[in-house]
Structure formats: C-alpha cells, structure tokens
Design a binder for this molecule. Sequence first.
Ligand code: CDP
Length: 221
Amino acid sequence: MKKIVIAIDGYSACGKSSTAKQVAARLGYTFIDSGAMYRAVTLFLLNNDVNLEDAEQVENHLDQLEIKFDGDSILLNGDNVDTAIRTKPVNENVSIVSAISSVRRKMVNQQQSIGKDKGVVMDGRDIGTVVFPDAELKVFMTAEMSIRAKRRQKELLEKGIEETLESIERNLEERDEVDSTREDSPLMKADDALEIDTTHITLEEQITQIEQLAKEKINED
Ligand code: CDP
C-alpha cells in the first residue's frame, strides 16, 4: 500500500503530539514529536551551562549531542529524557534555542532522514513548510488559549509535574510569540494545510478526522 507523510503543525498545546501519536499507531506509521527533539537540545545546552544567547557557543556544542527515539521515548546521548524535557527550565528556554539556525539545521536533517521512506506522522511548527513541504497531508491545529492551558496542566500532572494555569498560559503565549516571529522557519500555516480548531472537539474526534483524511490520501492514485 502507498505510504504518505503526514505533517501536523500548530501552536503550543493544541494536542498535536497526542493526535499524531494515535494517528500513527492506527496507520502503523512512525510517530515523531519534533518538539521533543528541540526540547532535548535545550536540556543538553542547559545541563552544559552553554550561553543560549551565544549562537557560536551553541553551534560548537551540537556535535556532542545525539538524539534518538526508542519507541515513544526520547534518548539524549543514550539517556531517557521523557520527563526532564517537560520541566519549566526547558519550557522557558526552548523557543530561544529553536530560533538558532544551526540547531534547526541539525534537527531538520535528522527529521528528513527519518521520513525519507514515508510512513511517518511528524508534529511541530515547520513540518509542512520546511521539513516536508511535499507532505501528502498537512494539518494546522489551533485552539483557544484557556483550553490549551488546561489540557497542558492535565498532561503535566500525569507526568508528576505541578504548574499553575497562569504560569502555563504565560509560557504558551511567550513561545507562540517567539516561534511565530523568528526569522528562521517561523511557525505558520502552509498554504495547502487544512486548519483544524480543536477547541470544541475531543481528542478522539481529532484523531478520527485526521485518520480519515490520511486514508483518503493513501487510497488516492
Ligand atoms: O508540546 P508543545 O506544543 O508545548 O511544544 P513542543 O511541540 O514540544 O515544542 C517545543 C518548542 O520547540 C516550540 O515552542 C518551538 O520553539 C520548538 N519547535 C520548533 O521550533 N520546531 C518544531 N518543528 C517543533 C518545535
């Protein structure tokens, strides 16, 4: 059967990763959370006391880091960092790190090589615009801020991380702003992406909708 690439982009905490993961499972595709990769780079740089304002210093550290996926887990130089990449210091610095071109180059190369044989669902900010501009299915997700913050708080609690709604909302707003206005690969909807507002729909509805769209694309000749 034909394999396709599914690109899911959008603002922080709209349910992109949860949706992408389930769609991939239903199609037997590989799921890649590209945001987790930028988060892992950020964690690595913070752990090594790298000055994030110094793009050259950041670039010099990049060849010391290796990111791998092991099922749904992310490994940073061999260590599982699933929980560490969701903590506040990472939330507060990931958009700064993600704006650095050398970081993007390294991540985009790896993402493109993972997706070269298709059969992949990848979520992020620039997947439909930069990483896979020829993706057969592109979705751009949005949702109202109050809903996004509540969903994120619940997700964090499930990982044992407590944060107030106010602080979560502030961080989401800040990241949306930095991600949308950066020079290199800003967050934006690809012209040919389908926009889905997830404010009033359930996760299950989101998943089914994208699964159906994917099946239509797969069965097209
Ligand atoms: O899960 P959440 O929506 O909070 O964000 P994420 O997908 O984990 O991404 C974290 C951060 O990584 C974003 O705020 C962006 O700064 C950056 N990112 C990016 O620049 N490009 C991507 N393809 C994915 C994430």
